[in-house]
Ligand binder design. Sequence first.
Ligand code: ADP
Ligand code: MG
Length: 687
Amino acid sequence: MDLTTPLSELPGIGPSLSYRLKKLELNIVEDLIMNFPFRYDDFSNVTNALEAKEGEAVTLTGEIWSIKNVYTRSRKIITQAIFNDGSSPIELTWFNQSWLTKQINVGDKLQISGKVAKYKNKLSIVNPRWEKIHNTSFINHNSLHTGRLIPIYSETMGLTSKWIRAKVADILPKVKDKIEDPLPDNIRKKMLPLTDAIQKIHFPENYQEVVQAKERLGFDELFFVQLATQKLRQEWRNKPAIERITIDNLQLMNFINNLPYKLTNAQQRVISEVVKDLNSNHPMNRLVQGEVGSGKTVVAAIIAYLVYLAGYKTYYMAPTEILAFQHYSTLTKLLEPYGIKVGLYTGSKKFTKNKDLKFNLLNPKSQPDIIVGTHALLSAKLEISNIGLIIVDEQQRFGVAQRSLLRSKAKVPHFLTMTATPIPRTVALTVYGDLDLSIIDELPKGRRQIKTYFVPNKKRRDAYEFIRKQVKKNGDQVYLITPLIDESETQLSAKAATVEFEKLSTKVFPDLRLGLLHGRLKSKEKEEVLNKFKDHQIDILVSTSVVEVGVDVPNATIMIIESAERFGLAQLHQLRGRVGRGEKQSYCFLFAEAEISGNVNRLRNLEKIDNGLELAELDLKIRGSGEIFGIRQSGRLEFKIASFSDLTLIEKTKTAAQEILEEDPSLDKYPSLLGKLAGISHGAMPD
Ligand code: ADP
Ligand code: MG
């Protein structure tokens, strides 16, 4: 047996167990030993029945005096046993485990662990863990399921922690010597060796050992992500860039001064950061993060303008066709006055039909200077020479873009990614560690804050009446986001939206015009609904959260979010950013399905805080990394042990990764590290 042996090949694991193991993503031996407990039951208090007190978690060693199944009036089966440890007989009670009378017999010597309770006025241990006393010794101990810190694992139907625990105890000693510690000695100086850490996380002697084990295992998790991103960063930087882009400051100032508004300080700062990158010998790889409405497009346009002045072309990639079209028209307005040709290229014929005829994309002489499009831009069909800059809006798929560039091009263009997703600092340091980060942390002046309220269910009618009034009196428009059911646009969430739509249009707002939008609609239908909303033929747009409501509708002033507790705060903030785009005061109403105080207090943060990054940091504190929008979405980077809130560990691992790469950029001296990296699909490169 070694680490890669499929579990299904082990003795005693038949098809049905294999199936269950697969459900827990346990396929090979390594998966099993790297599947860590999520908590421990502390049964290390080995005592005797005489001293056991009600409410205490204890472990007793003794003999079964009697055992039988009893049927209650409600037809439940109770297994009752009298257990004697030599101090005082005590009753054991199990519910719904009638098979126990076949496994445990009178006279058996057992060790049992459980909480002492009063049952029918007698001290009893209910549903105790138990094991027969053998003379074998388990890892560091002579018991496995009782009398120690008991590891508890994620379970599935028919696969218990007890089974997993026994399997790990059986397998771990057999493969222990085959576990290689990939970390160089000087890095793991003060930490446990990997094998010890794995052993102690499963079978600790005490909590201190759990802490030590987690320290080592958490370090590894973060370290390898850091090593991967830092290595990528290094590779990118070492690629020769297209020539250094000389900046024409006069023209830059002229362009900025001719804008209909004054740039915010944050916009100006980001532009100067980018200018520095363009002017260096390395290709830029920068992420611009700025809230919805912070004015990222104009920053991108200015950069594209500078690149144009230096004689290069720009790709501008958007995640959807609707957004590509929107950017195309914005950029055309901003840049055509300067004699810049803007073209559009998307996969669908609809948009390209009229537009790309304007420029013959295949003829270098008539190629546009800036080509806006979807990821279709990267397809081989489009051969545009002299690309100096690639701008990727909203981050989607940009990893793929980068990767294909790294592979294909001898010289790489500068790379600028833009996102409205707030990225906490610790995440930026890890997942996006290969990128330089610029933050637009300021909205253009004059934006009104969106008044946000958590609305208890008993006030739902009032909220509906308020909405009706706003719609009828002021002609306002409304988004209503239905519960998030799944990250992906499933049938279920489409159904939830449809049900809500039916209810609202027949019962609540029969007098208003409602529209329905969800991911199961054909793209033509989606577009139709969005256009109707834009043309004000729809008052209330009922929509799932995943639909890209890319269309900017300044007249929409009310955002209602149902079951808001299911969303992260930062995500709610992004959703509400779809209103508040015009002159009028905008509102956001949050409803919760479960009005428990934790939910309500969490949601109330949105009434006070108007800063996406601050909310993202709060998410991290309250609910952990799973809530960081974008990370969970792409399903990557679920750490088992490490946490994004552990800044110290993040910095420590980053430094360690950088030091190793400085000393040995190719990692030739560390084949074990290279081996680990090959298996990591890391942050900035989602597929
Ligand atoms: P986002 O960062 O969400 O992409 P946009 O680039 O779409 O934001 O900008 C939102 C709106 O703000 C646009 O209508 C844009 O013209 C306007 N805008 C951008 N910068 C400024 C500024 N400095 N002052 C006033 N309005 C601005
Ligand atoms: Mg934008």
